[in-house]
Ligand binder design. Structure first.
Ligand SMILES: C[S@@+](CC[C@H](N)C(=O)[O-])C[C@H]1O[C@@H](n2cnc3c(N)ncnc32)[C@H](O)[C@@H]1O
Length: 358
């Protein structure tokens, strides 16, 4: 799946016409042709993908020359015929690929391409891609199991980080006890809230607040230790310094509270869609994340420990080189027993333990 997506986007994106058509070219040539500095890491990644698919040849002098002819529309049609269930990803790949020249040159903002009214592609991906909904459901299954013994008279305080288009929220809300759940829907941008309020109007236990995970939550109106569960679906990686972002998430949790997060691990997989956002490349913790926002599973384990989480587990049945390069990550703030027990490795159905580092 990952390589197909790479290929589809690269073939759409690397259109060697205009100032560099058919020529030997360097990254400096692309910058002179208008490619924005902030997106050069994306371009370099795309060029490497194009080399892998025989569209370009890398030269010893550091430049590239065209060695194949991209046929993005044909490729996308083939993939659609072969894997129709992945139509949302194909459409997203095509949309981003077609938009890429204008994003790279700054005519259009990546945010507009992914989240704009003209094509709300991110919402489609987060709400309908089978890979992501599978992972969301695995996270929901884990949370339901962890909360199975939650005392009937005890309130359940949940905060969602980076809730955005509400893809994860929609899957978890129906499973929460409405009479005692308090769910705070947050995002760095409050622009998401009006749609979310309309969509989740039937759930009267939601509140909406802006929260920038890169900054101290107590300076944004939140009370330290006031949540039992913090959830984040494809959101933790958006912080500029991920260790500090996790410390901020830990601040929100009560002593025995848990963080349950969904994260993808492979930059090339994520960047083919979300790498058109400047923020994907502007992490300040470049020792951990030199090129792109994603962390590997091994990195997650040590970063969670550094950020004050006492245990972490991965609920993903797939090794990284097969299937979805992503995990549901569960981490407890301390070794206490609420909500549910300290996380253990589980598969997506909550049944078979899977070693964290596979
Ligand atoms: C990849 S999207 C997550 C999708 C969302 N969870 C869903 O299911 O629709 C990342 C989200 O994180 C938000 N975000 C970006 N930077 C953030 C920050 N510093 N603090 C909190 N949220 C942030 C974005 O606005 C965006 O909604």
């Amino acid at each position: 799946m990952s390589s197909i997506l790479d290929s589809a986007v690269a073939r759409g994106a690397i259109k060697l016409d205009g100032p560099v058509g058919g020529q030997v070219f360097s990254l400096d040539d692309l910058k002179s042709a208008g490619v924005r500095e902030s997106l050069c890491p994306l371009v370099e990644m795309m060029l490497a993908i194009a080399v892998r698919y025989g569209l370009l040849t890398a030269r010893a002098d550091g430049g590239w020359c065209q060695s194949g002819t991209p046929a993005p529309e044909e490729l996308l049609q083939d993939r659609l015929n072969e894997f129709p269930e992945l139509i949302v990803m194909w459409q997203a790949a095509a949309w981003v690929g077609r938009s890429l020249p204008s994003v790279l040159t700054g005519e259009v903002e990546g945010l507009e391409v992914l989240f704009g009214e003209s094509g709300p592609i991110a919402a489609q991906v987060y709400n309908h891609d089978p890979g992501l909904t599978y992972l969301s459901d695995a996270a929901v299954a884990y949370i339901r199991a962890a909360l199975a013994d939650w005392p009937a008279d005890r309130p359940l305080r949940i905060l969602e980080i980076g809730a955005g288009t509400g893809g994860f929220t929609a899957r978890i809300l129906p499973h929460l006890p409405p009479e005692r759940t308090h769910y705070v829907y947050t995002d760095v941008s409050s622009a998401f809230f009006p749609k979310a309020e309309a969509r989740f109007a039937a759930f009267n236990f939601l509140e909406y607040h802006a929260l920038d995970l890169s900054a101290d939550p107590t300076e944004q109106g939140f009370v330290a230790g006031s949540f039992d569960l913090v959830v984040a679906s494809n959101a933790l990686h958006t912080t500029t310094d991920i260790t500090q972002g996790l410390r901020n998430a830990a601040t929100l949790l009560d002593d025995n509270g848990q963080l349950v997060a969904l994260e993808l691990h492979t930059n090339s997989y994520v960047a083919t869609l979300f790498g058109i956002l400047d923020s994907f490349w502007d992490s300040s913790d470049t020792d951990l994340r030199p090129a792109g926002a994603a962390l590997t599973r091994d990195q997650w384990t040590s970063v969670l420990e550094q950020a004050g989480f006492s245990a972490s587990a991965f609920l993903s049945a797939q090794p990284e080189h097969e299937g979805i390069p992503a995990s549901v990550i569960a981490a407890a703030r301390s070794t206490g027993a609420q909500p549910g027990s300290t996380p253990r490795d589980q598969d997506a159905d909550g049944a078979t333990p899977v070693p964290a580092d596979r």
